[in-house]
Design a protein around this ligand. Sequence first.
Ligand SMILES: [Zn+2]
Length: 479
Amino acid sequence: MQSHPRMSFATLFLLTPCALFAQTSEQAALQLRESRVALSLALDYEEGSLRGLATFNILNVSDSPATEVPFNLNRLMTVQNVRDGQGAPVAFTQDVVTFSDSPRQQVTHVRVSLSVPLEPDSLTRLTLDYSGYLTGYTETGSRYIQDRIDEEFTILRADAYAFPVVGQTSWRANRAAPHIPFDFEVSVTLPERFTVASGGSLVERQVDDGLATYVYRSTAAAPFLNIPIAEYGLLKSDGIRVYYFPEDSAGAALLLDRAQRALALLTDWFGPLGQRPELAVMEIPDGWGSQASLAGGIIQTASAFRDLSQMRQLYHELTHLWNAPDTDLPSARWNEGLATYLERRIAAALDGWTGLDAYAERVAAYLVERLGETSDAAGVSFRRYGDAGLTDYSYSVGFLMFYLLGELLGDAAFDQAIGGYYQSHRETGGTFEDLIAQIDESSDSDLTRFFEEWVYTTTWLDQLRSGASVADLLERARL
Ligand SMILES: [Zn+2]
C-alpha cells in the first residue's frame, strides 16, 4: 500500500530550508537506509528513561561499498554495545555532536564500523544496545518535539531520536537522503495500566507481575514509526483501531463511525478490497504534531479528534486502501493526488462539506504562486515528479487533475474507471500509463489532449499563469 507522511499545502512551506540553513553543508546525503527496524524497549517512568535493543536491516542504496553506518540517537542516550547479525561485537564510536547546519540540534552520533564492506543493494544487520533519558528538541525550533517519558503521555518516535536513526549530522543531508518505507516490529514493556499504541497489527499483549509487554508488527512497509503511550481507551471495528484519551470518548466514537461509513462508501464506489483493512488512529495532546500513513498509523491531536472538519486525514488514508501497488520506480505518486481529491468527496458525502470548486481554485492559485517563472519545478511535468524529487507537488497538481477528470467524466464514470483500475491491477500493480489507459477506455470522450496537458507537459500551468481559472480549464477540456 502507498503510505506517506501527510503533507498539507500549508506545511509544504515549513519543509523549505529557512535562511539559517542557507549555507551549503559539506555532508553528502547518506545512501544507507533502514529496510527493517525491530525495537525491544522497557520504560522506566520514575527515572524518565528507557533501555533496549534496536535491530536494523541496513540497505546500501548507493553504487559503492559502505564501510560504516552512522546513526543519530537522543543526546541524553548512549549505546552500550553493537552486534552484527551473528551476534559478534562490532566496533563503534559515539560523541555528542552538533548538526553542521542546525546549531541548536545535538545528537549522540554513533558510527559503526563494518568489518566487511556493505556492497551496493546488499543488506547487513546491526543490533544496538542503548539506554538513557528521552528528552525533547523544542530548542531547535521544532516546538512539537516535547518528547519525554511521562505518565500523562509518552511518544517514542524518530523526531526525538527515541531510537537510533540512520543519518548524518546535517539537516540538509538527511532531508536529501532517499526515503524508503521500512518494516517494523516493536515490543514495549511498561506498567500494565498504560496502553502502547502503534500502526501495524497488535501481535500480542502479555502481562506478567504488573508489567505489560505489547508487540506490534507492520502489515506493510511504513514511512515512519510513532509509538504513543498513555492510559488510552481503545475502540475497534472493521480493522480500524482508535486509541483515545478517556475524556474524548465521544470524539473516538464519531471517528470510528466515520471510518466505517467511509469504508462503506469507498466499497460502493470502487468495489471490494483485496485485503482486510488495518489502520490505527492514535490521539496525542495538542501541540505535539500530527502525521498520517496507512501503514504507520495516524497520530492526531486532541482538538482534531473532536472536530468533524478534521476527518479528512482519516478519509485520505482510507482511500489509499484502494490503491493498486505502484510499479513506477521512482513513482510520480499520482495516488496522492487521487487521495487528496477523494478525501474531499468523502467529506462532501458524509459531512455535508461544500466548497470543492472553491478549493480547486485556491489550489490553482497556490500553484501559480509557488511555481513562479524562476522555479525549477515549474518546467517539470507531473510524470517526472518522481525522478525530479518533486512528489510534494503530486498532492496539489494531482488533486487538480483528478478534480477535473471527476468533473469531465461525472462521478459514476470516474468511480468506475478508478475502481476498474484497482480491481484489475491490485494483484499485479500498475503504472501511470496503465491508469491513463484504463481511464481512457472508460471514457466516451477523447482524453489524449487532457493527459498530454496534465501529465506529460506543464501546459496546465501555462494556462493558469495566463489568467485562466480552473473553471476555464474545465470549459476548455470539454471542447
Ligand atoms: Zn496519502
